[in-house]
Design a binder for this molecule. Structure first.
Ligand SMILES: [Zn+2]
Length: 203
């Protein structure tokens, strides 16, 4: 339940979401409000003698009157990813080298079961893999999208960033796959935000 004081704060400092298709109606009454748009957060102020809109990033004295957001976090509600899948993908990546390859780790939310889906490459080279995206049945979710970089090291390329930018998933790259221990990079892709999950040791 909303605390009474928070109710007062939120009534005094309303947040207006900018229409994408409609037109913006400037504040007609005296007061102020926050504007949330594609370009961030702005403050709109109206006085009898003034109408102003000002961006709030880099405005150290313009403190938001709200509480702090929760700390950033990435919690896997599906539980840990089965370790055998990283060994399996390491094997798939070695067999495909020097070409790249890809696989999906899929979790069935209805039955809490995992599935390893080897992706069919429509074309693959040492620095490129194009795959058919498998259709998932109802209740099945892509949790981790794995691809290899063959003999090159693991990192997220500009192409990976572009491919991952609108998705909600974990992404993993295996590189140096002929070595006894591959290099591995992991991240969470959260609708355009990337959270580095650090290196992973394959055991
Ligand atoms: Zn890549």
């Amino acid at each position: 339940m909303l605390h009474k004081l928070d109710e007062i704060i939120q009534a005094q400092f309303p947040v207006h979401v900018m229409p994408k298709y409609g037109s913006f109606e400037p504040l007609q009454t005296l007061g102020h409000r926050y504007l949330l748009g594609k370009d961030g957060l702005k403050l709109e102020i109206r006085r009898p003698w003034l109408h102003a809109v000002v961006a709030l990033h880099d405005a150290p004295f313009a403190q938001l009157p709200f509480g702090d957001c929760p700390n950033d976090s990435v919690d896997l509600l599906c539980g840990p990813i089965p370790g055998e899948f990283s060994r399996r993908f390491f094997k798939q990546a070695r067999e495909s080298a020097p070409n790249e390859c890809a696989a999906w780790l899929v979790w069935d939310a209805n039955h809490a079961t995992w599935e390893y889906v080897e992706l069919k490459a429509t074309s693959a080279t040492p620095d490129y893999v194009d795959v058919q995206r498998p259709a998932l049945r109802e209740g099945a979710w892509l949790v981790m999208d794995l691809h290899s970089h063959g003999h090159a090291r693991a990192f997220f390329s500009a192409k990976d960033d572009k491919d991952d930018r609108s998705e909600v998933k974990l992404a993993g790259v295996f590189g140096n796959v002929a070595e006894p221990q591959p290099t591995v990079a992991l991240r969470a892709c959260l609708m355009g935000a990337f959270v580095d999950l650090g290196p992973l040791e394959v055991r």
